[in-house]
Design a protein around this ligand. Structure first.
Ligand SMILES: *Cc1c(COP(=O)(O)O)cnc(C)c1O
Length: 387
């Protein structure tokens, strides 16, 4: 494979070399356990504290509101289960959306098994929830609203500030999975006003296996990883110092040229969308036209299978995703596409392209050219295609 083009930045990103540099001392030089009371431990603890301070200041939070986790999946699980269990005296009703990440939907299933009742907000054709529907679902016993900031499959951004406002007025807690938003949005937790938020380092050029759960001071949350006294007794387990340092540095770097990088990524994405829309018949662009992260382009191609497109692109050295990475491998069509009204057959022909700052216009043009060939070849073989 001579050419390799990565268009799957919503699945994961490469670790920035400056992040690696920053992390390296914490593997074998400063390798102490941050809980140890000798100088090895103190040095590790100091690095952990600095990382926490950096992240807090970038998010406009207090260091005491930053909890290190193993990533977005843990953040979603912990926020949902931890907040539900700590606040169940007030009620056992939770509101979320039908298009959440599988980590969130699975956490909701777990909570249902524990006797919690979950209401699922629908979304419109562009993947946006309705604030009116949200208001109508809030009850006396509602304790928590959970709505992702930006969707991982179609990129649609939700009205998070408005949801936070409604939650505050109704005295209901509000959690947002901001894993797909944080790479592109300079989120100020005080300004937005959510009570809890999950992010994951590997979606913004940080290492895999580390994330942050922001929990506003005063919000009750139970720990779900019982163990030592790490993370102010809320999350047991020896601190991942190198990971925390890497997350802090990746977040700091991502804020430096955020607007510039967003503009570049959006330019590549928009060029791609324009060419695909004009040059490939029966291609449907999913999600909201404007209210979406700059990196995401999700298309449904009629009469063919997304998996066949993915494998053909793979042979050409082009990496994309069909549906969400978590659901590929299963034959279920994407729950997000079904939720925005894409019919089942069409949903099966969907591909998510997600662009990054290191992609080039030449790469995008190369991908569109290959995609055109692949799609017309697959359609020639498709019994469904009469055109
Ligand atoms: C990737 C992702 C997650 C899971 O994060 P991990 O760190 O990979 O566990 C959760 N939510 C959303 C929206 C994501 O895109």
């Amino acid at each position: 494979m001579e050419k390799q083009i990565y268009l799957d930045h919503a699945a994961t990103t490469a670790v920035d070399s400056r992040v690696i540099e920053k992390m390296l001392p914490y593997f074998s030089g400063v390798y102490g356990n941050a809980s140890s009371q000798h100088f090895y431990g103190r040095r590790a603890q100091q690095a952990l504290d600095e990382a926490r301070d950096t992240i807090a200041s970038l998010l406009n939070a207090q260091p005491s509101e930053i909890y290190f986790t193993s990533g977005g999946t843990e953040g979603d699980n912990w926020a949902m289960k931890g907040i539900a269990l700590a606040n169940q005296a007030k009620g056992k009703h939770i509101i979320t959306t039908v298009i959440e990440h599988p980590a969130m939907l699975a956490s909701c299933k777990d909570l249902e098994a524990l006797g919690f009742e979950i209401s699922y907000l629908s979304v419109d054709k562009e993947g946006r929830i309705s604030l009116e529907e949200l208001k109508s679902l809030i009850r006396e016993d509602t304790i928590l609203i959970s709505c992702m900031y930006a969707n991982n499959e179609i990129g649609t951004i939700q009205p998070i500030e408005e949801i936070a406002q409604i939650a505050k007025e109704k005295k209901v807690l509000f959690f947002t999975d901001a894993v797909q938003a944080i790479p592109y949005m300079n989120i100020d937790v005080k300004k937005v006003g959510m009570d809890a938020m999950a992010i994951s380092a590997h979606k913004f050029n940080g290492p895999k296996g580390v994330g942050v759960l922001y929990v506003r001071n005063g919000v009750k949350i139970k720990s779900i990883l019982s163990g030592g006294h790490q993370e102010r007794t809320k999350r047991g387990g020896t601190s991942n110092v190198a990971g925390a340092v890497g997350l802090a540095e990746a977040l700091r770097l991502s804020r430096l040229n955020l607007e510039e990088n967003n503009a570049k990524i959006k330019m590549l994405r928009d060029h791609f969308v324009k060419r695909v829309s004009e040059e490939i018949p029966y291609a449907y662009y999913n999600g909201h036209k404007e209210l979406r992260v700059p990196s995401n382009a999700d298309f449904s191609f009629e009469f063919i299978e997304g998996e066949s497109i993915l494998f053909s692109l793979d042979l050409e050295g082009i990496a994309v995703s069909s549906g969400s990475a978590c659901s590929s491998g299963s034959l279920e069509p994407s729950h997000v596409l079904l939720a925005i009204g894409v019919d089942e057959a069409l949903a099966h022909g969907s591909i998510r392209f997600s662009f990054g700052k290191s992609n080039t216009l030449e790469e995008v043009d190369f991908v569109v050219d290959k995609l055109k060939e692949i799609i017309s070849r697959l359609r020639m073989m498709s019994p469904l295609f009469k055109g």
